[in-house]
Design a binder for this molecule. Structure first.
Ligand code: BG6
Length: 507
């Protein structure tokens, strides 16, 4: 009899999910991310009673705010959540403190050290600190340096730094930034955050693949004919033109979020469920990934930019008319491309990925299309035979669908596709936590599993280097195709698949 192997790490992980006493230090506390994502996530953890009682948040920014100013600003920004549970907010907000700090100024950094010691005494946080760099990416390196030079990263067990995306702008800048941050801290003190990895449904890909015996044997080139990964948004650039103009969809979404979904979908099973085993496999698969045509990248990548759209009553501006956007901007708001993974599991299977703003629907999903039955015994009710598909819905409407053929009712023997559904909502009845809730908790638990390691980040940049170089050196070879707002992107992206006799899924 085959006895399943029990993983010793599994038990360990379950028992160690209690966040230890600590102070979370947020640099960039006056910025958007702090009140939009970080404080709401911490408040959620507080309400779920997952924060220790010896806990504090120290907001840091250049503005000369007091603790009270910070508490007030946060309660205004989170007004709806405060209204839902004013008592919990009152208790939680007493854990918020503020110190005016300029990461470029040594004097204010030494004041920070003193303040942290005070907080340790007041809140019993035991010198255990998580530093969150929610600042402009140009300060990631110098920020780590300032924290380290103040002696605040000396103890690798009780100090860590969380770094927001984007981590670098290309392969060489990411490599330099890695060298710099690794000079000031150990790799396991560096938490490069990608909020897609905090999504329950992205983690579920791991469970679906590795907790069920039926999927792994068919999860390869013998059974899967193609994979599509989509992250489409209905929103435009909103108030972020300043950042987006220097980034574009390739750097904003593809290099990080879509590539992480690709890695989790395509990686080999790890030997253990421990951070390094998982990250080794993710790094390996990214190192094996290639653009479908590295020498002529324009043949496997389409860039687009949204134009006007909407209705008479709700007109939508085109990207170039958005406030803060250059009227001649050549920044892409849409990317579609074809990749291959050159290993035994995936050789020859195309991976198509696409993302865009102002598309027809907000949806993130991974679609695995299986090979057709080798012999078609039955006529298909729809005319053409269909392939089985497994659709992993990352958001919204989180869940999964398996599409397969059954007998169409009636006297003949015709086949017809039907769908088998799993919905998070129906099965578990409660919405899953925001990605930041999970990731902040994991960082404070010193668990790096869902954070990107230096080699993964570099492999992801290396993968897109031929495209980035082309955009830099001869952008005319990778033209920007306009598309109407609230459509599925430029027709050229459809042609990319049509050449392979395929269609993008239109969910
Ligand atoms: C961010 C990007 O990382 O992810 C945004 O900078 C994008 O441009 C957002 O809108 C999408 O995240 P989500 O979780 O809404 O899919």
């Amino acid at each position: 009899m085959n006895v399943p192997i029990t993983n010793p790490f599994r038990i360990g992980l379950r028992q160690e999910r209690v966040i230890p006493p600590q102070c979370l230090v947020i640099f960039g506390a006056s910025g958007d991310l702090t009140h939009r994502k970080l404080i709401p996530a911490l408040f959620e953890l507080f309400k779920q009673r997952r924060l220790p009682s010896e806990f504090a948040v120290l907001g840091c920014a250049r503005r000369a705010w007091t603790d009270n100013d910070f508490r007030q600003k946060m309660s205004i920004a989170l007004a709806d959540k405060v209204k839902e549970d004013p008592q919990a907010w009152e208790q939680f907000s007493s854990l918020l403190f503020y110190e005016s700090v300029d990461l470029q100024n040594r004097e204010t950094i030494s004041k920070l050290s003193i303040r942290l010691e005070e907080i340790d005494r007041l809140c019993a946080t035991h010198g255990n600190r998580t530093f969150y760099l929610s600042v402009s990416p140009k300060f990631y390196g110098s920020g780590c340096q300032a924290i380290a030079e103040a002696g605040l990263l000396n103890d690798p067990k009780r100090s860590r730094v969380v770094i927001e995306k984007p981590f670098g702008r290309d392969f060489s800048s990411a490599q330099s930034l890695n060298r710099l941050v690794q000079h000031y801290g150990q790799e396991n003190q560096i938490f490069r955050i990608d909020h897609y990895l905090g999504k329950e449904t992205v983690q579920n890909i791991l469970v679906l693949r590795f907790a069920n015996a039926i999927f792994e044997p068919i999860w390869n080139r013998n059974y899967i004919s193609s994979v599509q990964i989509t992250a489409s948004e209905t929103v435009g650039v909103e108030e972020r033109a300043g950042y987006y103009e220097t980034s574009g969809a390739l750097r904003d979404m593809v290099q990080n979020h879509l590539t992480q979904m690709l890695a989790i979908t395509a990686m080999e099973p790890p030997g253990h469920f421990d951070p390094e085993a998982i990250r080794n496999e993710k790094a390996k698969v990214l190192q094996a990934a290639r653009l479908a045509n590295e020498l002529e990248p324009w043949k496997c990548c389409i860039r687009g930019q949204y134009g006007k759209g909407g209705t008479k009553n709700f007109p939508l501006l085109g990207y170039r008319e958005e406030p803060g956007v250059n009227p001649n901007s050549t920044t892409e708001t849409y990317v579609a491309m074809k990749l291959f993974i050159e290993n035994w599991r995936w050789q020859g299977v195309p991976f198509y990925i696409r993302t865009g703003k102002r598309l027809a629907k907000r949806i993130s999903e991974v679609v695995l299309t299986f090979r057709e039955a080798p012999v078609h015994l039955f006529d298909s009710a729809g005319g053409t035979p269909t392939s089985n598909q497994l659709i992993l819905r990352i958001q919204p409407d989180e869940g999964a669908t398996f599409r397969f053929d059954v007998k169409s009712p009636g006297s003949g023997m015709r086949s017809r596709p039907v769908e088998m559904e799993f919905s998070y909502d129906e099965s578990f009845g409660e919405p899953s936590d925001e990605g930041y809730v999970r990731l902040l908790a994991d960082a404070m638990l010193n668990d790096t599993t869902l954070f990107t390691r230096s080699d993964e980040v570099e492999a992801a940049w290396r993968l897109y280097t031929p495209l980035l170089e082309l955009i830099e050196d001869s952008p005319w070879q990778l033209p920007i195709y306009p598309y109407e707002s609230r459509t599925w992107g430029p027709a050229e992206a459809d042609n990319l698949l049509a050449k392979d006799n395929l269609l993008w899924r239109r969910p």
